[in-house]
Design a protein around this ligand. Structure first.
Ligand code: DGL
Length: 289
């Protein structure tokens, strides 16, 4: 049963942000910057990371459990007012599904930024890097259909990049070499725009830029997702009217120590508010420990 809230309480509820791991931090930091008075709760489903090689059905099942967790809230966490799926893979697999299943809450999803790449290219060759699951989804096909007619779209699944970001830096010569080798076919194809179709990838920006060379523009959609979230909140009159700085609670379904190290390395946070959540045995629901 979802709790009933007055509109004032609802406005002060947190915005939930979720990803398979720490990739969604690239979206979260933009959200925090754009809406400094909002509270956020970030859930890294590191028990299940990576999502990329999984089936659509599996990912939908995880998103169902995560949505119920955010909707119900618990003693330490009020129910969320909006959910940002800061994961291209989960959006490709489950955005339609969760919108249909949970009409009582709004969702903002993440999709590869094909449109700006198509508008800016001069060579008519654009590149897209994402997970295999993102390329399989209908969402990707429809983006290509709508925005990339007549262009050469060179795509490449890069699950190795998710592994690199989840492992964390510092990145050495061997890592750079791996990134360069994986991206070599895109470079050879003469692309001048590269779309980061996975929220983990902005954290490899220096390695990707080195691999592609200065002539290739790399498109990170995170600022656009943050703007879209602010728009949706305003339209729903659900944006906070408080003036004090917002708080963020960081949750992982994985290892707390590793997650704390990642928060420090990627977001520069020394002592963030971290809690561990656990999946039930059948992966059906999540609970705070
Ligand atoms: N960060 C994710 C994405 O945007 C998922 C990576 C993964 O878990 O495979 O696609």
């Amino acid at each position: 049963m979802t709790m009933q809230y007055t509109s004032a309480q609802f406005r002060h509820s947190p915005i939930a942000v979720t990803d398979s791991g720490v990739g969604g931090f690239s979206v979260l930091r933009e959200l925090q910057q754009l809406m400094p008075h909002e509270d956020f709760v970030y859930l890294a489903d590191q028990w299940h990371v990576p999502y990329g090689p999984r089936t659509m059905q599996q990912i939908q099942y995880f998103e169902d459990g995560i949505t119920r967790f955010f909707l119900n809230g618990c003693e330490q966490l009020p129910p969320a007012k909006l959910i940002v799926i800061a994961c291209n893979t989960a959006s490709a697999a489950a955005l339609h599904h969760v919108r249909a299943t949970f009409p009582q809450i709004k969702f903002v999803g993440t999709e590869p930024a094909i449109k700006p790449a198509a508008e800016r290219t001069r060579s008519n060759h654009i590149g897209v890097i994402a997970t295999a699951a993102t390329f399989q989804g209908e969402l990707y096909a429809s983006l290509i259909d709508r925005f990339a007619q007549g262009l050469h779209v060179h795509k490449r699944a890069c699950p190795e990049f998710v592994t690199l970001v989840e492992r964390g830096g510092p990145y050495d010569e061997a890592d750079q070499q791996q990134v360069t080798e994986i991206l070599a076919p895109l470079k050879a194809a003469g692309i001048d725009e590269l779309v980061l179709g996975c929220t983990h990838f902005p954290f490899l920006m220096p390695l990707i830029q080195t691999a592609m060379g200065a002539g290739v523009e790399i498109i990170d959609p995170s600022p656009a997702i943050a703007k879209q979230t602010a728009r949706v909140l305003k339209e729903a009159e659900a944006d906070t009217d408080r003036n004090m700085p917002g708080q963020t609670l960081y949750l992982t379904s994985g290892d707390e120590v590793h997650f704390r190290n990642q928060l420090e390395a990627l977001l520069g946070l020394k002592n963030p508010d971290v809690r561990v959540v656990k999946w039930t045995e059948n992966d059906e629901s999540l609970a705070m420990t």
